[in-house]
Design a protein around this ligand. Structure first.
Ligand code: HEC
Ligand code: HEC
Ligand code: HEC
Length: 118
């Protein structure tokens, strides 16, 4: 009798724990961990997406400019709603330069550190 009760309790606890994990994962789609962004003729740009999410803690730093959707930068550019190089100059490189100037840990600020030719 006692053992059956313990087994039942353990199962209930496991179900609750799993649903909680499922709920938090479903509430926010963090997208790909790493991305290969289209960098035009200079070559593509490897972008560690999750590393930035953890480091910056605010999705809107980037996603106020383009939505959380694969290909959204290219889509806005094609519609003439986002200038070419805007993301690079006003977001990526701007932040890296400011952090570097402030003596903080930062990302690349030179062309070939971001753009890699195949
Ligand atoms: C430093 C900039 C930056 C930050 C901060 C950022 N993202 Fe992104 N995110 C991007 C870029 C760049 C793309 C790719 C857009 C494209 O393909 O045109 C993207 C795409 C996405 C996508 C769609 C692509 C995929 O892999 O499914 C999702 C979902 C997403 N981000 C979620 C998030 C969430 C949630 C956060 C905050 C926890 C976040 N992002 C923070 C830059 C950022
Ligand atoms: C911090 C990373 C980073 C650095 C440093 C960087 N770029 Fe970029 N570059 C990007 C990203 C991301 C894109 C795509 C998004 C956009 O167009 O804003 C891009 C896009 C481009 C494009 C394509 C524009 C088009 O036609 O769509 C060119 C050309 C370019 N960069 C040249 C350069 C040159 C030249 C330098 C050095 C002075 C440089 N980049 C430095 C990240 C970087
Ligand atoms: C608001 C600030 C901010 C923005 C915007 C930002 N970054 Fe960064 N980036 C950082 C910081 C901080 C680091 C250093 C992270 C670390 O060392 O943990 C970094 C590091 C990097 C690295 C080096 C990763 C490594 O570990 O070697 C790359 C590549 C990079 N960023 C590319 C980009 C690109 C491409 C964009 C634009 C789509 C971008 N970043 C936008 C703050 C930013």
């Amino acid at each position: 009798m006692k053992i059956k009760l313990i087994v039942a309790l353990v199962s209930v606890t496991a179900i609750i724990a799993f649903s909680a994990i499922a709920a938090t994962t479903a509430s926010q789609n963090k997208g790909a961990a790493n991305m290969n962004l289209n960098g035009g003729r200079r070559g593509n740009v490897a972008f560690p997406h999750h590393q930035h999410q953890e480091k910056l803690g605010d999705c809107n730093i980037c996603h106020s400019i383009f939505p959380q959707k694969a290909g959204s930068i290219a889509e806005l550019q094609a519609d003439g709603k986002l200038q070419k190089k805007y993301v690079m100059n006003k977001l990526c490189t701007k932040c890296h330069k400011e952090l570097k100037k402030a003596g903080k840990k930062s990302g690349p600020t030179t062309c070939t550190k971001c753009h890699v030719k195949e």
